[in-house]
Structures are given as C-alpha cells and as structure tokens.
Design a binder for this molecule. Structure first.
Ligand SMILES: Cc1cc2nc3c(=O)[nH]c(=O)nc-3n(C[C@H](O)[C@H](O)[C@H](O)COP(=O)(O)OP(=O)(O)OC[C@H]3O[C@@H](n4cnc5c(N)ncnc54)[C@H](O)[C@@H]3O)c2cc1C
Length: 293
C-alpha cells in the first residue's frame, strides 16, 4: 500500500481548502469502508486522505419539529440511523434499508454520505432517500448548491459532484399524514450481500385509508443508477390500493426497469423480483398506514 498523509479538518471550509491545495492527489474519506479497501488493493493511490469525521455538523441527525424537516448529516453512520427510534417509527423505509447493509462492523463506520457518493447501482441507502424526496446539500470552492438525491447519480461510480465538492447533509421534507414506506433487497445470501435487486415503495393515501394520493417506487440495480418507476407510480395515483392493483404496478415497474444480465444475476429473475416485491412492499405500506390510523 502506498503511504499517504491523513488530514482531519474540523470544518467544511477547511476540508475544501485542503482539497484545493492537493486536488490531484487528495481523496475525501467518510467511514472508509469503500476507500480503504481500494487504497489497500492499490486501485486508488491518494497522497492525502481528507477525513470528514471531525466535522461535527456533518454527523448530526435532527428533525425540526416545527417544520417537520429531517436533516441527516452525510457523516451519520448506518448504525446511528438504525438505532434511532425516530427513524424506526417515522421513516421505516430508511430503517429497512440501512439495517441490512453489510455487517454490524460496516454499519458502525459506513456513512450515508459515503454510500451515496460511492454511487454504485446497488447502494441501499440511495433508495429510501429518493423515495422520501431527499435533497442533497453540496458545498464546494464555488459555494453551496442543492440537488434532489435522485439527480445525484450520472453513472456507476459517477455523481454530479465537482472535484473538491462535499456532500454536507441530506434534508427530507415533512411527510404527509397517512404515509407508509418499506424497502427490501433480494440477494443470494441473507447477510453481507450486495442486492441483486432493491425495491423501495412509499404510499400516501386519502382519508378513506385506501385511495392513493402519492406513490414512490424506487429500484436499485435495475438500471446503471437508482431509478424511480414513474409509470408504475402514475398508475397508482387515484386508485384504491389492494393486492390486484399492486400486482399491476409491479408488472409496470418490472417493464420500465432497465435490468440486465450480470455475473450475479439474470435480467428475467430481477424482473420477477421487482414484480413480486413491489406488491409485497405496497401491502406492507398499507398495513403500516392502517395500523397507525
Ligand atoms: C463488507 C462490506 C459489505 C458492504 N455491504 C453493503 C451493503 O449491503 N449495501 C450497500 O449499499 N453498501 C455496502 N457496502 C459498501 C459501503 O460500506 C457503503 O457504501 C458505505 O455506506 C460507504 O460509506 P463510507 O463512509 O465508508 O464511504 P467511504 O469509503 O469513506 O467513501 C466512499 C466514497 O465517497 C466519497 N465520500 C464519502 N463521504 C463523502 C462526502 N460527505 N462528500 C463527498 N464525498 C464523500 C469518498 O471520497 C469515496 O469516493 C459494503 C462494504 C463492505 C466493505
């Protein structure tokens, strides 16, 4: 392994300045579960690793009770999200996704920001944040900007971030009443497995607790980047949610996915899993809504 210098800035501005000084040879590091593997294997040879760990505001998880907005610092670990009662109760789709990432050791250090910026098609953390209409707050030498999480990804391992830009936090707008959400991933093993396919569903229903007013169906490993199945979402709006309607939505979602054959799984199998799990996650959402209301 090539030796490197480890820098620990205490503010976002300091981190950006360090990056500016060493831009060609510097790499940000969150929990390091991806970066360190690549450095050890020699796939990446930075002279400087700029750790974001000591930037306190980036590790904050906070819900503004007055506005209902949730703010998740990019350095918040999967384990912190998993253990949060607020996340478990109010954002079950986030809990479902992060509580099955890797192992306890990976979840203890791996961050939600690193999961997004690594930009693999199988990133479990991306699906719930897209379903919840999350917004990424980016900071760079040119100032601040924001992007919907769904628009962060350009291709596998490629995001819209400019060199030296930092993902500071993700904000989630207030959720409407009578909203339910759920995520599942399907892999060949039960643990320590990147998904063959990941399926997140979020439904909001009317006061009758049946008629769909908002739908999000978000798929991982179904395209080069995480994708929303917008045709299936549109199909659900205005319909009374039941098993048959969700079966049809699953078919539409499978058809609009861009799944392909890979060494890890066949396209036809991935489509079948989308079909089956859109229905299951949809019924799961409905159950959660009806239990609370
Ligand atoms: C054994 C194992 C199992 C795994 N299982 C899963 C799994 O089941 N599901 C899954 O989705 N992932 C899995 N992963 C992948 C990985 O653990 C996660 O993607 C993790 O969330 C990455 O976060 P990190 O903080 O460790 O990222 P790092 O390794 O620190 O960084 C990843 C990338 O993001 C950049 N980066 C990090 N933070 C920021 C920021 N705030 N702003 C700008 N750039 C930033 C880094 O420069 C780097 O390019 C697994 C990894 C391992 C080793």
């Amino acid at each position: 392994m090539k030796p490197f210098t480890y820098l620990s800035p205490k503010t976002v501005e300091e981190a950006i300045a360090f990056h500016g000084q060493h831009s060609e040879t510097a790499k940000y590091i969150g929990g390091g579960t991806d970066v360190i593997v690549k450095v050890k294997e020699g796939w990446m040879e930075p002279d400087f690793l700029i750790s974001l760990k000591k930037i306190k505001e980036m590790s904050e998880l906070h819900k503004n009770e007055a506005t209902g907005e949730l703010s998740i610092g990019a350095m918040v670990t999967h384990a912190t999200l998993e253990k949060s009662l607020m996340i478990q109760n109010e954002y079950p789709i986030v809990y479902d996704a992060v509580s099955n990432i890797g192992s306890l050791q990976v979840r203890n250090v791996g961050t939600i920001g690193g999961n997004l910026i690594n930009a693999v098609p199988s990133a479990d953390g991306a699906i719930p944040l897209i379903a919840l209409d999350g917004v990424a707050q980016l900071h760079g030498a040119d100032g601040e900007r924001s992007s919907d999480v769904k628009d962060l990804f350009l291709a596998p391992y490629k995001t819209i971030l400019k060199p030296g830009e930092i993902l500071k936090k993700i904000t989630i707008p207030p959720q409407a009443p009578r909203t339910g959400s759920a995520y599942t991933k399907f892999g060949r093993r039960a643990a320590m497995e990147l998904p063959l396919i990941g399926i997140g569903v979020l439904l909001t229903v009317d006061e009758d607790l049946e008629t769909c007013t908002r739908a999000r169906i978000v798929l991982g490993v179904a395209a080069p980047t995480p994708m929303r199945a917008v045709d299936a979402e549109k199909y659900l709006i205005g319909k009374k949610i039941n098993e048959n309607v969700l079966i049809e939505a699953g078919k539409i979602a499978a058809d609009e996915s861009k799944v392909r054959d890979s060494v890890r799984g066949k396209a036809w199998h991935r489509k079948e899993m989308i079909r089956v799990h859109v229905k299951r996650m949809g019924l799961n959402c409905l159950k959660k809504i009806q239990k609370i209301n």
